[in-house]
Design a protein. Structure first.
Length: 188
């Protein structure tokens, strides 16, 4: 772990000294990483140090690197996973539904509109399997996690009925979610 942190320190220093297209330099740096966690940890620690010492110029430069790295990492996450993640962290059902309406009706998406319900159901089922796989970990409330996933899945079903008037789409979506329903039934 120390060698990874040391390597991350060198990478941050190299990025701070680099010239040219900084965003391209960041992409190249990320491509060399086995894991980005040490790099992000080093940036966070150095941002904290710069704040404590009052070095605003250093803080701004490190924060720029940190934000650019986060944007680059987020751009690699499929849109369906980003939408699902936002929905899971949003308490309000109406807010989730608005987000889902935008996702399912976006004409500029890289993904075909007809594929989005299947992508969403696959992402939800994957999340259920991930939660079940981590069920033995201390502190994980599997029942609560599955209940939250189920709430989001129900919101997706409602939005699909509103956005796509073909009832087959909603029916297929709900059918694809059978592993979620099986998992929640098994806990009752």
């Amino acid at each position: 772990m120390e060698s990874r942190m040391g390597g991350a320190m060198k990478d941050v220093e190299a990025l701070m000294q680099s010239s040219g297209d900084i965003e391209e330099n960041i992409r190249q740096c990320l491509a060399r990483q086995e894991s980005v966690l040490p790099l992000v940890a080093v940036l966070q620690m150095n941002i904290g140090r710069a704040q404590k010492s009052g070095n605003q110029q250093m803080e701004r430069a490190l924060t720029f690197l940190y934000n650019t790295i986060n944007q680059e990492l987020e751009s690699k996450v499929p849109m369906v996973n980003r939408v699902l993640s936002r929905c899971l962290s949003t308490e309000d059902s109406e807010a989730r539904r608005e987000l889902l309406k935008v996702y399912f009706s976006d004409p500029n998406s890289d993904e075909e509109a007809s594929e989005r319900p299947k992508s969403m159901s696959s992402a939800i089922v994957g999340l259920v399997r991930e939660a079940q796989g981590q069920a033995s970990q201390p502190g994980l409330d599997l029942k609560g996690a599955l209940a939250r996933i189920r709430e989001v899945a129900l919101d997706v079903g409602v939005v699909l009925a509103e956005v796509d008037e073909a009832s087959e789409v909603q029916s297929q979506f709900l059918e694809d979610l059978q592993p979620l329903f099986d998992a929640t039934d098994a806990l009752d």
